[in-house]
Design a protein. Structure first.
Lengths: 402, 402
């Protein structure tokens, strides 16, 4: 009945609070928040019946959540009676906000999402970050973060944490970018470069994209493989609603699955990796197009115009994706594969060959493939929502703040 | 301090007991069992301090576990004072036993393992099962199961459950063999063919092999990929000590990861699957050997004698394994890859090319590869131990039995 608890988020996926009185109270605060978030507005009595606690117990929890600014009582028709049983509870639109940020190869973006899931402020800066040192990039990102926070504060929100999506491998400390080849960053501790006043989580953009799909996608199952692209190709493996992170935090490197073992050399050290066939540079090269801004838009435009070279390039990329995904589906047995990020905009030309390849390599029905509605927004939204989820999962961490 | 609770087992991996008084009691019974199992013999006071409960609370739990035949008090030096505080507790060697069974392509095997992890009875029948109907095979298996149970009962044990390892895909109902190509079984409900008096779990042999490695291997990490072979090639994906099962229960089909996308046709419907290069038939064919009994032994013998054709066949199989594992490691980021089953006996000739392939396709240090000590025993032991683990995870299910 209640929303699932302890969804994965990059900081502490699936962590369970301890079995103490205190842990129980914190779990119950979370159950109230998730219930109101998923089903609200609800009366206290309805919350109590949803989560199977007494109304008195729920009232104590609700009072604490109202004092902390996480819940609000609606009831404009009964001024002065706010707080009385009977008036409906809703998640606050004036409490904590999750700040999400994205370091893209060609842009920086920041947004603030409130506990209701609404984007309340955003800022973007276009321009390449390829080959730039981390310091000036993060300085610009910090300026955007401050601007978004100021705007959110103007609306009565306060920042509960900052999550940053990067196009690279992130260590399990959730601070250090171990390798971001398309930025040329190595072993970069973003924690040292970003403002220290907010709880910080740095994560891989494909992972945040996958979490966004889990949380915001339409009828997304709890077991799926989310494939996305910015410049490289990444994937997020979701197992029973949790992100599979891997020992070092590097799981989901679909871009380096060998597709043709004697194919072209890849900067990763391998040969014939998926990125050599379906990565942006490979597709642009095969399509006879130049690197430049909004390349995905250009590919889509040309494909829509019927450019045969572009269409063939995308068809071949789809075939390579289908081969790599056959391996992934055999290993992971997901319910669906979801194409997100830049790939979602090219889906009409990638999907037919991708699906054909999956089908011809599979005994029985092939794994379903769908296209994300979130498109390139996924990683940014996933980052912001990961902060919001962390508050819903353990409201006690921020209560007492306001 | 205490052993990890709720290890994955094929029936209900990671299931957590509910947050009720009753659920708490059952969790605490499990904590006592796991503590004594991992650290025993221990006094009641030591158990109490290990799990952080009062000595009185622990004594109540221990008394229940002794009554149920799951724990024993040691203390031969104090006859007549059994049950008094101070005497050491041990897991019973006369209580419940896990019955493991394996349907191999060339053999049937059954064993009984007590709560201490000791194999107390076993029975094997050699002879091919390829192409035989399920009914007579399961009839023979049932006869072996009955013989092993009778032997175990003669030693004061009683069967707590039966787990059966099969070389094929098993549905999530843990009864139905959806597809076992090397037996030629399809949609076979083993639950209807096996004796109904014991709780039954049917599982994939590679999965049971992976669990055996987790539970019984030497210093096995909690995140690893276990690769095994009987006739086909299977894998078990262990994530944080849990088996990744997949939506339909089919995860770990490493044998059908495409290695050379335009390679030979595979019965699965694909082309160039790993099994076409590293499966037993492919290796025997490449080595110029006939099918027959103990083919793995024959390959190992010839390779040890320096037969160049056999060595080349194994080297090429290792290369194909390395290519498929590069993809798997990129997707899953495990701590290690463990070669088990028949592959462990051929490791000296497979490993060099396998490791070379992994290393040359990986930026940074390649994933470590090790060889299981359990060898072809893994699936059978994993099956029996899965029953034992289920008892340790929820002793209340069997208490009251004796």
């Amino acid at each position: 009945m209640t929303a699932p608890l302890h969804e994965a988020h990059p900081t502490g996926s699936g962590r369970r609070l301890p079995d103490t009185q205190q842990g129980m109270r914190r779990r119950n605060l979370s159950r109230v928040m998730h219930t109101v978030s998923a089903e609200g507005p609800l009366s206290r009595a309805a919350v109590a019946s949803h989560i199977g606690l007494t109304r008195a117990a729920v009232s104590t929890l609700v009072d604490e959540l109202i004092r902390s600014g996480l819940l609000e009582e609606l009831g404009p028709e009964r001024p002065g009676r706010v707080g009385r049983p009977g008036s409906a509870l809703a998640v606050s639109g004036h409490g904590p906000a999750g700040i999400g940020a994205e370091v893209g190869v060609d842009h920086l973006a920041v947004c603030a999402v409130d506990l209701r899931g609404a984007v309340r402020a955003r800022a973007v800066r276009y321009g390449t970050n390829r080959g730039r040192a981390p310091e000036p990039v993060i300085e610009e990102l910090t300026a955007l973060v401050r601007r978004v926070i100021a705007e959110a504060e103007g609306e009565g929100l306060w920042p509960a944490g900052l999550a940053v999506a990067v196009p690279g491998l992130v260590a399990r400390d959730a601070r250090t970018v171990v390798r971001a080849p398309n930025l040329d960053w190595h072993d970069t501790d973003l924690g040292a470069l970003l403002p220290g006043e907010l709880p910080l989580t740095v994560g891989n953009e494909a992972n945040f994209g996958g979490l966004a799909e889990l949380w915001l996608g339409e009828a997304t199952p709890r077991d799926f493989l989310h494939v996305s692209a910015e410049i490289g190709i990444g994937a997020a493996v979701l197992v029973d609603g949790r992100l599979l992170r891997g020992t070092r935090g590097f799981a989901g490197e679909l871009g380096h699955v060998p597709v043709r073992p004697e194919g072209p050399e890849c900067p990763c050290g391998g040969r014939g990796c998926l990125e050599q066939y379906a990565g942006e540079e490979a597709v642009l090269r095969a399509a006879g197009l130049e690197q430049g801004e909004d390349r995905v838009g250009l590919l889509a435009e040309r494909a829509a115009q019927g450019d045969t070279k572009v269409r063939r390039a995308l068809r071949e990329a789809g075939t390579a994706l289908g081969i790599a995904l056959t391996g992934a589906v055999n290993l992971l047995d997901p319910e669906t594969v979801v194409l997100g990020g830049a790939l979602s905009g090219l889906a009409p030309w990638l999907l037919p060959s991708l699906e054909r390849e999956l089908a011809r390599r599979t005994a029985g029905p092939a794994c379903a493939v769908s296209v994300s509605r979130l498109g390139p927004e996924g990683p940014l939204l996933g980052a912001a929502h990961s902060v919001v989820r962390a508050v819903l999962d353990d409201p006690a961490v921020v209560s007492g703040r306001s």
